[in-house]
Design a protein. Sequence first.
Lengths: 282, 65
Amino acid sequence: MNAPITPPLTTDLSLSQSDPLVLYGETFSSRLMLGTSRYPSPAVLMECVRATKPAFLTVSLRRQMPQANAQELGGNVFWELLKDLKTPLLPNTAGCHRVQEVITTAQMAREVFETDWIKLELIGDDYTLQPDTVNLPMAAAELIKLGFKVLPYCTEDLVLCQKLIDVGCQAVMPWAAPIGTGLGPINPHALKVLRDRLNVPLIVDAGLGLPSHACQVMEWGFDAVLLNTAVALAVDPLEMAQAFGWAVKAGRYAHLGGAMTPQTGAQASTPVLGTPFWHQSP
Amino acid sequence: MQVLINQLPFELPPNATLSLAIERFGISPPFAAAVNLQFVAKTDYAHTPLHEHDEIELIAPITGG
């Protein structure tokens, strides 16, 4: 009798229903979140979204000028595109430098996008786009009081992340590296410490450049990744988006599988007992 | 009176409301509004009086990371 055939790995990029991402009590089948900026065209953005089925699409708000001729996709064209994609939206507060700017922008985003989700960005340094780590917990606390589901973009600082959790954030989003750099995780030790010490979902946001970066942080036990530039500025964004989708999934399965313990000495994989032509050295 | 809408100067009659400012600016939905850094819900536009030198922000969806 033939042995049962093991079913092939599914080609679906969504994770199995037994291992969903849970944020603020809501369940998501994908562990990839995708930004919507800097794509070569709206059509390419749509292809990438349809191929990867991300948990969230990040979006933003900017001044609309009369007879504007902005190069960036926005306004009604972008609005119609978002409606077509039918993907949950995660508005951000990008560009805000003060807590009150964050609060007001979040309220405006909630009205426009009809969602309580907010990616909290409070910029403290324009050169590195490093978040204002001193005032970030205060901004998060205010937003939570107003009923927002806050996903704060932060650094890999353990104390900062703990304070964000203390004020009510049910997930935090440390950077791997500064936004748009594609450098990958520049402080692996600190990121691993976060995973060891914090019991909330951790989403790596910003600085990823390669699918291997995403796979690595997922192997370390991070719960999801949020990326934009690595896909949008790839030579072929659609190929890269799919590669990230697989990498996130591979990393997650590797984490669940549990890695072996590395060791310094070689150990033959093939059994030694019964090795042909073996004989004891004289 | 003069107000700033998205940092552009606009001349409005006395006792103008946010609704009038939005109409003069010429923006179509979806958008959201704030006056002097305070959010104003769309249901309150008609009941929000403006004052000299008020700063109005009208913002609309755009791509984001």
